[in-house]
Design a protein around this ligand. Structure first.
Ligand code: HEM
Length: 514
């Protein structure tokens, strides 16, 4: 009763006061409220170590992200503070595999954190990548998976074969034995955009053949992505840019002449054409066929197709480019891999093009791919899951409900306790010179680069198909040389990587058996 009287007195004083006094009173109330909120969130997680600034301000994460060195910055913090570090007022970051398996498991009660809202590429609906409701996510994903696995009407292996043949042809025609350097980073981007579009909706965008960013997707991504990664670290900005108010005012629309809106328009048209025709009679051998068969609506197909190019291009391209750089930077690895390919061809164990099964039986190739993904995991950080209301114990400490747990994949796959004291060195032999149990343990840890359990990357099948084939097809045809060993590429790390200017000189490999 007394409290109510005090509030009433306060309001009546305000009522009688002048505007300046009212503004000052409201201002100081707001500041007091913010202070209390900051103190409360600092207090909740005060027992977790981390940079002090991060414990009460999101500017810490924002500033680190803008450096383009996020992988190194986070690794340094984890080195200093241990497997669990506080990186924000309500955020912890871990590189502990047991924790990741636990919070991402199929039966886990951890939902997605609000961070996922900022990867809602279509402002008017959620794809499986951003859907915040776990039950809806699971329901949608169940309908998508047969397409992503390349089952039923989908023939992913054929798609990969077609696009790799085109990649080899472009290099042969435009670069091999010529005085012209190949920008491998850019060409692989064209390749990947075409592969994802052909696998998703049956028709490549044609970027690779013409070496051209036909629908301006790459241009948009380059301008937008660094900004996106940085603002994702500040919840207030993230919520504002993802709000219906902002999106309706300034967000992309399928009718736009360029930018993200133009991209959404292309996707919308592709799906509309398919729904207009009698798809039952005309099979296209793509994921869209399979999704429609599984009962996805026209709108759901649009949302899922729209997410494929962003989700499936920067990740796979990072893997291909970085594995290539690491192969070319080690004469031993390069020589051994070429020899494994040559011997496989001589002994009739490698067809043209190599099949998925044949590639799986090349132990050195498998080791090189795992080790390459380990050296540069395409996703660095992000993907937070939220501790359920009752709280949980992580890395031996109690974490209150509502806390966001970010993952540090870079540190996870360089964990010296798992990979040994030379974890920072590219050494594919670590997957071969060990017993089966150790190998299984290493592989399981690297697999975390694709997420885990309920949230496992559905594009993993396509990614592995590409990785299994692309190096064999390129190295059996060409000899590559890094054009500028002093600075082989321009690589920036945010939540994922952006890699440009990776120049190679190419010549035909005359010694490889045909
Ligand atoms: C080397 C290649 C790739 C890597 C390392 C990778 C990694 C990841 C990671 C870490 C996640 C997030 C997991 C989480 O939320 O906890 C993810 C999700 C996803 N990825 Fe990939 N990805 C790759 C390729 C692809 C490709 C080629 C596609 C599509 C063609 C794709 C489509 C998706 C989708 C749709 C999701 C959302 C899954 C869900 O919400 O359950 N990815 N990926």
């Amino acid at each position: 009763m007394e409290a109510l009287d005090s509030v009433r007195d306060y309001l009546s004083v305000l009522w009688d006061a002048r505007p300046a006094t009212i503004a000052a009173a409201l201002g100081s109330t707001w500041i007091g409220w913010q202070f209390l909120k900051t103190f409360r969130s600092w207090w909740r997680l005060r027992h977790f170590p981390g940079p002090r600034f991060a414990s009460f301000s999101y500017l810490w994460g924002y500033r680190k992200m803008t450096t383009g060195e996020m992988h190194h910055k986070l690794a340094a913090e984890q080195e200093k503070y241990g497997k669990i570090v506080r990186i924000g007022p309500n955020e912890l970051m871990v590189y502990d595999s047991e924790t990741l398996w636990h919070i991402n498991s199929v039966r886990s009660e951890y939902p997605r954190g609000a961070w996922y809202g900022s990867i809602q590429f279509d402002p008017y609906g959620h794809s499986v990548l951003s859907e915040p409701d776990t039950a809806l996510h699971d329901k949608r994903k169940a309908k998508l998976m047969s397409g992503y696995y390349g089952k039923g009407r989908t023939d992913l292996e054929e798609d990969v074969n077609t696009m790799i043949a085109e990649l080899v042809n472009v290099i042969k025609t435009n670069y091999a034995d010529k005085d012209k350097q190949l920008d491998f980073a850019l060409l692989i981007r064209f390749f990947q955009v075409d592969l994802v579009t052909v696998a998703g909706s049956g028709k490549p965008w044609g970027d690779l053949k013409h070496e051209k960013d036909n629908f301006d997707f790459i241009g948009i991504a380059d301008t937008f992505v660094p900004f996106l990664h940085a603002f994702m670290m500040i919840p207030a900005l993230r919520d504002f840019f993802a709000s219906q108010f902002f999106l309706k005012l300034a967000g992309p629309k399928p009718t736009d002449a360029n930018g993200m809106g133009k991209y959404l328009g292309i996707v919308k048209q592709t799906v509309a054409e398919r729904f207009a025709g009698d798809y039952k009679d005309k099979q296209h051998g793509d994921m869209l066929d399979e999704w429609m068969k599984n009962g996805l609506t026209q709108r759901e197909c649009e949302l899922e197709l729209a997410i494929q190019v962003p989700a499936g291009s920067e990740t796979s391209t990072t893997a291909i480019r970085s594995i290539m750089l690491y192969i070319l930077s080690s004469a031993r690895v390069h020589g051994k891999l070429k020899e494994e390919i040559a011997q496989g061809i001589r002994e009739g164990r490698i067809s043209s093009p190599i099949t998925q099964n044949e590639a799986r039986n090349l132990p050195y190739l498998q080791a090189v791919i795992y080790e390459g993904i380990r050296m540069v995991p395409p996703a660095i950080t992000g993907f937070p899951k939220q501790v359920p209301p009752g709280g949980d114990t992580i890395c031996g400490k109690f974490v209150p409900g509502g806390t966001d747990i970010f993952v540090n994949l870079w540190s996870m796959v360089r964990d010296k306790e798992v990979f040994g004291s030379d974890a920072d060195v590219f050494r594919p032999e670590r997957f071969i010179d060990c017993d089966e149990a150790t190998k299984a343990r290493l592989v399981k840890q690297v697999d975390l680069a694709f997420g885990h359990g309920r949230w496992l990357c559905p594009g993993k099948t396509l990614a592995w198909l590409e990785l299994n084939k692309v190096f064999v097809e390129l190295l059996r045809t060409f000899d590559f040389q890094v054009a500028n060993p002093e600075k082989p590429w321009h690589c920036r790390g945010y939540s994922s990587f952006m890699i440009d200017d990776f120049y190679l000189r190419v010549s035909t490999d005359e010694r490889m058996p045909q």
